[in-house]
Design a protein around this ligand. Structure first.
Ligand SMILES: Cc1cc2nc3c(=O)[nH]c(=O)nc-3n(C[C@H](O)[C@H](O)[C@H](O)COP(=O)(O)OP(=O)(O)OC[C@H]3O[C@@H](n4cnc5c(N)ncnc54)[C@H](O)[C@@H]3O)c2cc1C
Length: 403
């Protein structure tokens, strides 16, 4: 690398913004340019999610997700406290409704303990009532350290740090491809090219397309899954102190419809998980013919679909009927019966899928000729963002030295 290394980071979601910030901190005097196709930061997954700082309950001990989630949560806590941004440790219950779910919950509890999650404990029905008087279940796992934040505000604060420390951000600049055949990768955009020393691509739902256009492998491909949220009417805002989640279906990588308090006091129900008709369409049907055509033409999607019909049928009911959707939440919080709710903007998950139709559970980070591609950063990606940034920058350092 040159004496004043030049970096390009693609995508101003929370991960790209965290990586760009980490680069200026780690390489003082370097030139860091953050390129974003939209006109603001956090326009996609980062600005359309549940806002939960996960404590690390569910993830395979020793795996990247477990490690980066725990470290990322601790870094975010300090960052938010230092900046006066909301970081509300309201806690979370994962509630089992029957014996089968209770056995699955025990497995999650063991993982949480292995992952070093602070304060987790198993509760019976009376313990549940002590934590959340309106919740019911045969057993629950309580995680007091789970928190809620405003991920958009955090992303904007990362971008402010980047600019303050001498980096720059270019909104409305879409990257078409990266040519990494020479020692100095070339980033091509409609308004000209950028020659740098290293590139880090954090393009969320576009990550597979950008990787392919830059000579990378076809897999993992991205299949978009939307998640609908509803906001409960104001009378129900204080029905819970914190968050209430179901025990996740081990065959499905999503956490199930949950009740989430938002940092601004709204009480949300959602998200469900169903095939999205586009990667970035949040309103109405959100149909994008190219996106849908690509999904339907991919053999891996059909392999996945044929294996997941029962879960898909269950989720389809929550898509078709608001009543059914809310009824799922009432199983855990019966006092919600009769509550009204308003449909909010949906979120769309960029879920990576292998050629044989398996959803990639782990974070996937690919590295080739001076370019790092973040190819899968599903939940808890926002929680883990600062730790993913440390990990990616360390990878650069280990491979190329500090220059
Ligand atoms: C419904 C839902 C709920 C979730 N809940 C949680 C939660 O509670 N807690 C948690 O930790 N995580 C949660 N997640 C996951 C979390 O939101 C993501 O892991 C995280 O936001 C990923 O950040 P990102 O920067 O990779 O992606 P994004 O936020 O999608 O950002 C990618 C950016 O890249 C830009 N881009 C793409 N292509 C180009 C290009 N060619 N040129 C320039 N720019 C480009 C896009 O415009 C976008 O701004 C949730 C996700 C969803 C969808």
């Amino acid at each position: 690398m040159s004496r004043r290394p030049r970096f390009a980071v693609v995508g101003a979601g929370i991960i790209g913004a965290a990586v760009a910030r980490e680069l200026v901190l780690r390489y003082p005097g370097s030139r860091v340019t953050l390129l974003e196709k939209e006109h603001s930061a956090a326009a996609h997954q980062t600005g359309h999610n549940s806002g939960v700082v996960h404590a690390g309950l569910y993830y395979e001990p020793g795996g990247l997700k477990a490690r980066l989630c725990r470290r990322g949560g601790a870094l975010l806590r300090k960052f938010c406290r230092d900046r006066g941004l909301p970081f509300i440790e309201c806690g979370k219950l994962v509630v089992a409704l029957d014996g089968l779910e209770q056995r699955r919950l025990k497995h999650i509890f063991d993982r949480a303990v292995s992952n070093g999650v602070p304060g987790v404990r198993m509760l019976g029905p009376s313990g549940i009532r002590e934590v959340e008087p309106n919740a019911v279940g045969v057993a629950a796992l309580h995680s007091p350290a789970t928190a809620i934040v405003d991920f958009s505000a955090i992303t904007e604060a990362f971008v402010d740090d980047l600019k303050r420390l001498g980096g720059s951000v270019e909104f409305g600049r879409e990257v078409e491809r990266i040519d990494s055949r020479s020692d100095e990768p070339v980033v091509h955009t409609a308004s000209g090219k950028l020659i740098v020393d290293r590139v880090i691509v954090c393009a969320g739902s576009q990550s597979d397309r950008l990787a392919r256009r830059s000579g990378g492998s076809r897999y993992p491909g991205i299949v978009p899954f939307f998640g609908q949220y509803f906001a409960l009417e104001p009378a129900y805002r204080d029905i819970l102190h914190g968050l209430v989640y179901p025990v996740p279906d081990p065959k499905y990588p999503f956490l199930g419809v949950h009740l989430t308090r938002r940092f601004d006091g709204e009480m949300l129900v959602g998200p469900n998980a169903f095939l999205s008709l586009s990667r970035e369409g949040y309103r109405g049907l959100g149909l994008n013919v190219r996106d849908l055509g690509e999904t339907l033409a991919s053999p891996e999607f059909w392999r996945f679909a044929s294996r997941n019909l029962p879960s898909a049928a269950r989720e389809a009911r929550t898509v078709a009927s608001k009543k059914y959707f809310l009824r799922a939440a009432q199983e855990y919080v019966p006092a919600l019966e009769g509550a009204r709710a308003t449909r909010l903007t949906r979120g769309i998950r960029a879920q990576a899928m292998t050629a044989d139709g398996k959803l990639v559970d782990e974070f996937a980070i690919e590295h080739r000729s001076g370019v790092i591609f973040v190819r899968n950063a599903p939940s808890p990606g926002a929680t883990s963002s600062m730790a993913i940034a440390e990990h990616v920058v360390q990878l650069l350092d280990d491979t190329y030295g500090s220059g």
